[in-house]
Design a protein around this ligand. Structure first.
Ligand SMILES: C[S@@+](CC[C@H](N)C(=O)[O-])C[C@H]1O[C@@H](n2cnc3c(N)ncnc32)[C@H](O)[C@@H]1O
Length: 405
């Protein structure tokens, strides 16, 4: 004779899970009975897409693995860490960026050669998310005009760097990651009258991915205008063809200004010399008369500055800070530049650095690395929605597995 049992004190999360995982048309009671029935018959399996072991990171929420291509100083890695997951492969050929990466993430396993030379099958492990902020010079406004003036090919025709997107596609073909997460300059959309973007979309979609993209200005989380394109692609074989993915909405915080990142007592060595300051003023005047460019960018502590670029180390002209004590403005210190890019204590502590991310390279290299990086908070916010979608998909799949007889 059938007997009723009443389960008391069920954890709130378990109750939530039962509610969400119960397929429509089935009562929660029937669902639980079915799970018990099937569990008796066979061990149910809960697995992430490519998961076969437990995540290693501190605040693991969902077991997932990712790779960090063109890793730089790890904007993707810092941004993904709060969600747990395990970085199973990183690639960066610049020895100074690799030095910073190793010191910041306590990870010596970085592949330091040209990613185009790698034996993908042998050296790149399976992963759930492929992350890549691939080099932007072939597509960026500054990069393109410099290359045009020198009569050098740009975009995909740039022999040195333009084909790096194709090297990502080679990895996609072999590893078939469920999610691809890319970042680049916003000019990627308009480069070569939109043809570059068309090619990128076609290459990704023809491989069975649904592509979502958005230009996001990081000024909602750092006091800098930094517009970048973020591209998130889902393998339709895993996620289905009706994927509802939204990029996060951002609200600009009016109180977020350079005051948040400027130090009280910067070293005098960051002050501009009379000679450089005069040169920058004359240069700006000349260009203004010709009707082009802004020249230098002069800020107070109440400003939100322009985009910090990889050339900041040259003269710092795009982000100068007015001084009360000195007659000439100064450039940002490397510490301030790091904070301007959002590599703050929150992310440093997650990697075990209690006094912030350390500087292990020269000022020149540090500025270059910051100017090239992606802001971790933007990655974190987008990743939240990616991971929610992955969790939902796994939940449905697990529920499906549990129901299979
Ligand atoms: C735009 S930056 C990416 C920065 C990174 N997202 C971050 O947060 O720091 C591109 C990086 O790709 C690296 N790179 C360029 N070509 C490469 C290649 N062929 N193989 C490996 N790394 C390469 C560069 O050294 C640079 O650090």
């Amino acid at each position: 004779m059938a007997k009723n049992i009443l389960i008391r004190d069920l954890d709130k999360n378990d109750l939530e899970w039962i509610k969400e995982a119960t397929p429509s048309g089935m009562s929660q009671n029937e669902f639980i009975k079915k799970i018990i029935h099937n569990t008796k018959k066979k061990k149910s399996s809960f697995s992430t897409f490519n998961n076969d072991d437990v995540p290693e990171t501190i605040f693991a929420k969902l077991p997932f693995k990712y790779i960090d291509l063109f890793a730089g100083i790890g904007g993707f890695r810092s941004g993904l860490t709060p969600y747990g997951g395990k970085c199973v492969f990183s690639s960066e050929w610049d020895k100074y960026s690799a030095l910073t990466y190793k010191a910041w993430y306590n990870d010596d396993n970085i592949y330091e050669n040209d990613i185009r030379d790698i034996n993908i099958k042998k050296m790149i492990p399976d992963h759930d998310i492929l992350c890549a902020g691939f080099p932007c010079q072939p597509f960026s406004l500054a990069g393109v005009s410099k290359k045009q003036s020198l009569g050098i090919a740009h975009g995909f025709d740039d022999v040195k760097q333009g084909n790096l997107f194709h090297s990502i596609m080679k990895i996609v073909d072999i590893k078939k990651p469920p999610v691809i997460f890319l970042e680049n300059v916003k000019n990627l959309i308009s480069h070569d009258k939109g043809n570059t973007w068309k090619t990128i979309k076609k290459e990704i979609e023809s491989r069975g991915y649904l592509l979502f993209s958005k230009i996001i200005n990081a000024n909602y989380c750092v006091p800098q205008s930094r517009q970048r394109i973020y591209i998130v692609c889902f393998d339709t074989k895993i996620f289905g063809s009706e994927i509802s993915f939204d990029f996060p909405e951002q609200t600009v915080n009016q109180n977020l200004t350079l005051a948040n990142i400027l130090s009280d007592k910067p070293d005098t060595k960051y002050m501009l010399s009379d000679k450089l300051w005069l040169y920058l003023q004359n240069y700006a005047k000349k260009h203004k008369e010709k009707g082009n460019g802004f020249g230098f960018g002069l800020n107070t502590k109440d400003s939100v500055c322009r985009t910090m670029s990889a050339r900041y180390y040259k003269d710092g002209s795009e982000i100068l800070i007015k001084q009360l004590r000195w007659k000439n403005p100064r450039r940002l210190t490397p510490e301030e530049a790091k904070l301007l890019m959002g590599f703050n204590d929150h992310y440093a502590i997650l990697q075990g650095h209690n006094k912030g991310f350390p500087q292990v390279v020269s000022d020149t290299q540090a500025y270059r690395q910051f100017g090239n990086a992606v802001v971790p908070k933007v990655i974190e916010d987008i990743a939240q929605n990616i991971i929610n979608l992955m969790a939902e998909t796994i939940l449905n799949r697990s529920a499906g597995n549990l129901l299979k007889t």
